[in-house]
Design a protein around this ligand. Structure first.
Ligand SMILES: [Zn+2]
Ligand SMILES: [Zn+2]
Ligand SMILES: [Zn+2]
Length: 108
């Protein structure tokens, strides 16, 4: 079991943008500030672990859903299409090969 601190609210459990009110809970973690995952967790390549969508700072990253981390199973290697950045070079959208994770399963 791996514990992830919510990247979107930086573990505060509060909405980082104060969209509703100062006391609004974080929409990503629901105010719990942490997640527990069964699989191995790596930093989300697409948002570089920030949990924020690179092109719109008020939107959660669509790859990790704002957690800042993504889970992987087994051995992985760097995605050759996006070179580990998680983003497609032309569109800036999440890479379609690795789905924005920046890594793919080793050996295909
Ligand atoms: Zn949060
Ligand atoms: Zn992300
Ligand atoms: Zn990729």
């Amino acid at each position: 079991m791996t514990q992830i601190t919510c990247a979107f609210c930086k573990g505060t459990g509060k909405d980082p943008f104060d969209l509703l009110s100062e006391l609004a809970t974080c929409q990503v973690c629901g105010g719990r500030s942490k997640f527990e995952v069964k699989e191995q967790a790596i930093k989300c390549a697409f948002c570089k672990g920030s949990g924020i969508y690179p092109r719109n700072a008020r939107v959660t990253c669509t790859v990790c859903n704002g957690k800042g981390m993504v889970t992987v199973k087994g051995a992985t290697e760097e995605c050759s299409k996006c070179k580990g950045t998680g983003a497609a070079k032309d569109s800036g959208l999440p890479c379609t090969v690795c789905n924005g994770k920046g890594v793919v399963h080793k050996g295909g």
